[in-house]
Design a protein around this ligand. Structure first.
Ligand code: DAH
Length: 339
């Protein structure tokens, strides 16, 4: 009996040692420890053993069972460890690989130029205000001293919603809204989108942006306007920039002017960029017309003020030497990333 048990033990251990996967392990388990297994059959043959020897043999069977179970467990654990190791190897992360950069786009030249303007004027104590893009005829024209028969009101220039309501053609209506609701002193800039019934080409778009400026206080003169806008031009185009005011006409200012800056490409000598003149026009401005002040409830005998209007695209195009306005609206990141 003893030899038989030894033989079972030896062969079981050898098979376990040679096992290569969990299925084989299970087969071995059934073969030796199962109900119809080798050890069970030994127990069944106990009746052939002398009664006084039975406890000893029983003990021997149990010992062999324990040895086989231990080995089984050991081999099973080694399989699990091997499996885990293989999985780790397969899923290894190479921390030295370069990371994939998220594409976060780029700020638009309009936004960069506007930020710069806002920073300048906020630094001078101006407030930034906004007005509606869908505006009343009254604010866009009437209250700015643009009467009913003015050519600017023509349907060829203006998108009308109905007789009284339109898409604003300028940011100047913001002036009226601010004057109606605020007591001077007033110092504001009003950036925003404006609309005109224009065909798209290299210098025109039916939708573009302006930045309006308005200052109202006691004793504001044309000298304040000139000083402010000359500083503004230096901020935008560099310390050496000079400015020139040419008489012009706007219905809401008197006197009115257009401001030119010395060409920042040639410094004023004349080049292809400034079409040989040495000067580049950048904005419209003037002293707020007394009629406009009065219509918005401000006494023109007590207060005076100046206003100006800048085309944002115009500044962005000039600053970054972009020669076609359409590029600003295509939002091609290959273009935008250059600024
Ligand atoms: N609103 C004018 C335009 O669209 C620009 C302008 C000119 C605004 C003179 C002003 C100004 O405030 O004083 O052409």
């Amino acid at each position: 009996m003893k030899e038989k048990l030894e033989a079972i033990k030896t062969s079981a251990l050898a098979k376990l040692e040679a096992a290569t996967d969990l299925d084989v392990l299970n087969e071995i388990k059934v073969e030796y420890l199962g109900k119809k297994g080798e050890l069970t059959s030994v127990l069944k043959s106990m009746k052939e053993v002398l009664p006084e020897d039975r406890p000893k043999v029983g003990q021997m069977v149990n010992d062999v069972r324990n040895v086989i179970e231990e080995k089984l467990e050991e081999v099973r654990n080694s399989f699990a460890a091997k499996l885990r190791e293989e999985k780790m190897k397969a899923e290894v992360i190479d921390v030295t690989l370069p990371a994939r950069k998220p594409d976060i786009g780029h700020r638009h030249p309009n936004s960069i130029a506007l930020d710069e303007m806002e920073r300048f004027f906020v630094g001078m104590g101006y407030e930034i205000v906004e007005g509606p893009e869908v505006e009343y005829d009254y604010y866009n024209f009437e209250a700015l001293n643009i009467p009913a028969n003015h050519p600017a009101k023509d349907e060829q220039d203006t998108f009308y919603i109905n007789g009284d309501i339109l898409l604003r053609t300028q940011t100047s209506p913001c002036q009226v809204r601010v004057m109606e609701s605020t007591k001077p002193p007033i110092r504001v800039i009003a950036p925003g989108r404006v609309f005109r019934s224009d065909e798209v080409d290299g210098t025109h778009s039916p939708c573009f942006h302006q930045v309006e400026g308005l200052v109202i206080d006691k004793n504001i003169t044309f000298a304040d306007l000139k000083g402010t806008l000359a500083e503004f031009a230096k901020e935008l185009f560099g310390e050496d920039t000079k400015v020139k005011f040419r008489p012009h006409h706007f219905p809401f200012t008197e006197p009115s002017a257009e401001m030119d800056v010395t060409c920042f490409k040639c410094g004023g000598k004349g080049c292809r960029f400034c079409k040989g003149s040495g000067w580049i026009e950048i904005l419209g401005c003037g002293m707020v017309h007394p009629k406009v002040l009065k219509m918005s409830g401000i006494d023109p005998d007590e207060y005076t003020g100046f206003a100006f209007g800048v085309g944002l695209e115009r500044i962005a195009l000039l600053k970054y030497e972009i020669d076609d306005m359409r590029l600003l609206y295509e939002n091609d990141t290959r273009f935008l990333k250059q600024f």
